[in-house]
Design a protein around this ligand. Structure first.
Ligand SMILES: [Zn+2]
Length: 306
């Protein structure tokens, strides 16, 4: 429980009133309430009337990245910036928007953090190799059910004066003896790009797939446009389906989603992606059992041409 003086201080900080005015309002409130409420009680009522938050928030729990789960709140984590991706701009009937993603990692896992619209300025000084502390983020679920961090209303980030080791996860080199869930790093040649749509629109609120620009729950929304490329990659011993999402897919193609959307207005998907066929890439990712085919596939986290 806060003391009267602490409450008065908080009201002064959180409203446009000065000390004298706060005291006057508290005295008035005691009178209004018929003298049956203490000054401290009346001060709390005054605070509420001015929307001053009296809650003493518990310190955010500091978690490792692999402990973060969608819908968690009041958490914090340290992450090393592994990649800073370019800003993507999009345009809809509702206006223009933009989103920028970064990839953060610690010794336990990796997570994508996305900055929307005016939040992007808060990511402006962040560069690869920095270690940042993300406090009170909003953890959402991405299209594959993996956690993704956003700043949200109460979130903040700052550079941290420490280094962290990233990815002590056991990682297999090469495609031999892989199983569901393995982290993997391999070099392979794209032998085929699967023939399907390249860009999909999702609701930025709930991540549902949009149908003709609308979400079933949220109506017309500025779509979160996602690039998805699915390829057959061969490392010399075997070929495996490998899926690239979003900025990893942009990195694979060497162009951003906006440019690809433009090209798709006049070209077939296969012509837009033909440049990567026969090229060799170093791919980091995770092995997953495909729900559709029942075969193992790779979901790429990072890709570089070699
Ligand atoms: Zn929605």
């Amino acid at each position: 429980m806060l003391s009267l003086n602490e409450i008065i201080e908080k009201i002064i900080k959180g409203s446009s009133l000065d000390e004298k005015e706060v005291n006057a309002q508290i005295d008035k409130k005691v009178e209004e309430l018929g003298g049956v409420v203490s000054k401290t009680g009346a001060a709390l009522v005054v605070a509420r009337e001015h929307n001053v938050d009296m809650e003493m928030k518990a310190a955010a729990r500091e978690l490792k990245i692999n402990e973060l789960e969608p819908q968690m709140s009041n958490v914090s984590f340290f992450g090393k910036v592994l990649s800073v991706y370019p800003v993507n701009e999009f345009k809809t009937e509702k206006g223009e928007g933009k989103v920028q993603n970064i990839l953060l990692g610690d010794e336990s896992s990796r997570i994508r953090m996305s900055f929307w619209n005016e939040e992007i300025s808060k990511a402006a000084d962040i560069k690869e190799g920095d270690v940042i502390l993300v406090e009170n983020p909003w953890i959402v679920s991405d299209n594959q059910g993996r956690p993704e961090a956003r700043l949200g209303r109460g979130g903040s980030l700052k550079k941290a004066e420490k280094d962290i080791t990233v990815d002590a996860l056991s990682r297999k080199d090469g495609l031999e003896d892989i199983k569901d869930g393995d982290a993997i790093s391999f070099t392979g040649t794209v032998v085929e790009v699967h023939d399907r749509a390249l860009i999909y629109d999702f609701c930025p609120e709930c991540r549902a797939r949009l149908s003709s620009g609308e979400c079933e729950r949220h109506g017309k929304v500025a779509p979160d446009r996602m690039l998805i490329i699915s390829c057959l990659v061969d490392d010399g011993k075997r070929s495996i389906s490998t899926v690239f999402f979003r900025e990893v897919a942009e990195r694979l193609l060497g162009k951003n989603v906006k440019k690809i959307a433009e090209e798709l207005t006049e070209k077939d998907p296969s012509d837009v992606t033909s440049g990567i066929v026969s090229k060799r890439f170093k791919i980091d990712g995770r092995v997953k059992l495909s729900k559709f085919t029942g075969d193992l596939e790779i979901v790429a986290n990072d890709v570089d041409e070699v």
